[in-house]
Design a protein around this ligand. Structure first.
Ligand SMILES: [Zn+2]
Length: 140
């Protein structure tokens, strides 16, 4: 399932709800049953302890035994700035890899960061190292 505007809007709504002022962001994922999970990171005094915005939603999907089929992360620099879509970081790509057969992610359009598009995990990681091994199948 590709990322769509509904999922991006869910991430923005979560970010606005949790961070009504200042910098903030959030993630939203579609599960295989069509439901949406959202999550945010937290700001620990020790930045090494912080987690990506996506982590909570990925962990909850895994806890439920559901497949993540689409993922988006949005950030803004302050409450008056527009949200932009950010591609998953390297660690989140590793987290997403358990659903790599079916997951799509939002990435910014290179020459226009206010725009985004949906790509497959294969498009995101064309030479993913663990592709040499069979992936774990997940059921919804
Ligand atoms: Zn990340």
């Amino acid at each position: 399932m590709p990322v769509d505007q509904t999922l991006v809007d869910a991430a923005k709504a979560q970010a606005r709800a949790r961070f009504p002022s200042g910098e903030g962001g959030a993630a939203a994922v579609y599960l295989c049953d069509g439901s949406i999970l959202t999550s945010v990171g937290f700001d620990s005094p020790n930045e090494a302890a912080n987690l990506c915005y996506e982590t909570g939603a990925y962990c909850e999907a895994y806890r439920q035994g559901k497949t993540v089929v689409a993922s988006v992360c949005v950030i803004r620099e302050h409450e008056n700035a527009p949200f932009v879509v950010v591609a998953p970081c390297g660690i989140c790509r590793e987290r997403l890899a358990i659903w790599r057969e079916s997951v799509a992610v939002a990435v910014p359009v290179t020459d226009n960061p206010s725009q985004w598009r949906s790509v497959s995990f294969q498009d995101l990681q064309p030479w993913y190292w663990a592709a040499a091994f069979s992936s774990t199948s997940h059921t919804c």
